[in-house]
Write a protein that binds this ligand. Structure first.
Ligand SMILES: CC(C)(COP(=O)(O)OP(=O)(O)OC[C@H]1O[C@@H](n2cnc3c(N)ncnc32)[C@H](O)[C@@H]1OP(=O)(O)O)[C@@H](O)C(=O)NCCC(=O)NCCS
Length: 286
């Protein structure tokens, strides 16, 4: 590819601050992938979603520089994609071009303990909503802390410019939710959006995230401070149950149908019988 062709491509990300006129700023791409993408027609059905691994670090590093105004260091990706740290997980959206899997979207998440960091990110109203949704929370006072519970924090999520608005982001959010549901103690998903990123706001609201709180001056970009809006989504008990049921192994299903359910039925019949006997005896005595 000639250099003149390279210069023609311009990209933008709504995560970058707008200029003085409030306009989105177009920038020259860093990743060479944009040139390849120009020549193909994407078939959304052929997108592969799977975890990222350490071999993707260099490409992710470049893509994050295109997507976000914060510079994520290589060690951030090394830590997040290191399988030894099981509190992190990732979702990658890949497309096969000339037998090579190209990253077209990614999401990096952290499963956190519910501690001061989470409480700092969450309004009282959100905590109340969480309590209402998950009944056993009502029994626990916030003052004791939700120490045994977790939440999933979306650290970064991005889709390559050429393929935005194709529901790749939506699919990654669905997979984040599924992954979070795997953890029975995970009660919600949350994230920060920089105040001017209106596209991200619409994106999260459209995907049923709710606004929790605004954190003043959370981001510092080249000495200028910006607020963050925290969005969250509660993982309800019914969603957890449904997920558990859907993902039950054949063995568990087999045991349930042929052992536990008949056993529960037997216990129910015995209890009803005993109850009826007691009633009859009471009637006889009277
Ligand atoms: C935010 C981002 C990840 C969304 O990914 P995406 O794959 O384009 O989003 P989807 O196609 O799944 O969009 C889902 C919904 O979000 C909304 N949305 C997405 N892009 C939009 C846009 N440019 N303008 C208005 N609404 C938009 C729409 O309501 C859309 O649903 P609809 O098409 O059914 O109306 C992507 O724009 C991106 O990478 N941005 C740059 C990095 C960034 O800002 N990350 C978020 C940081 S918090």
């Amino acid at each position: 590819m000639s250099n003149s062709k390279k210069k023609k491509i311009k990209i933008f990300s709504d995560a970058f601050p707008p200029n003085e006129l409030g306009e989105r700023q177009k920038r020259t791409p860093i990743s060479s992938i944009h040139l390849t993408l120009k020549e193909i027609n994407l078939n959304p059905n052929e997108i592969i979603y799977k975890p990222l691994t350490k071999e993707h670090i260099n490409e992710l590093f470049i893509l994050h520089r295109e997507w976000f105004p914060i510079e994520y260091e290589l060690k951030f990706f090394e830590k997040t994609l290191n399988p030894e740290y099981d509190n992190y997980f990732s979702i990658g959206a890949f497309y096969n071009i000339n037998n090579k899997e190209i990253i077209i979207g990614s999401a990096l998440c952290e499963i956190q303990e519910i501690d001061q960091k989470f409480l700092y990110h969450t309004s009282e109203d959100t905590l109340n909503k969480i309590s209402k949704h998950i009944s056993f929370f009502e029994e626990m006072s916030i003052t004791f802390g939700f120490n045994n519970f977790h939440c999933c924090y979306i650290m970064t999520i991005g889709v390559i410019d050429e393929y935005r608005s194709l529901h790749i982001g939506k699919k990654m959010l669905e997979l984040i939710k599924e992954k979070s549901l795997e953890d029975p103690y995970c009660i919600c998903i949350y994230l920060d959006v920089i105040i001017y990123n209106k596209v991200a706001e619409i994106f999260y609201k459209k995907n049923n995230f709710e606004e929790s709180t605004i954190i003043k001056n959370y981001y510092n970009l080249n000495g200028k401070y910006y607020d963050s809006i925290v969005y969250f989504k509660i993982l309800t008990l019914s969603e957890k149950k449904e997920f558990k049921k859907k993902n039950e192994s054949f063995c568990t299903k087999f045991c349930n149908y042929f052992f536990f359910y008949p056993f529960y039925l037997f216990i129910d019949i015995v209890t009803i019988n005993l109850f009826c006997k007691c009633l009859r005896r009471k009637n006889k005595i009277q």
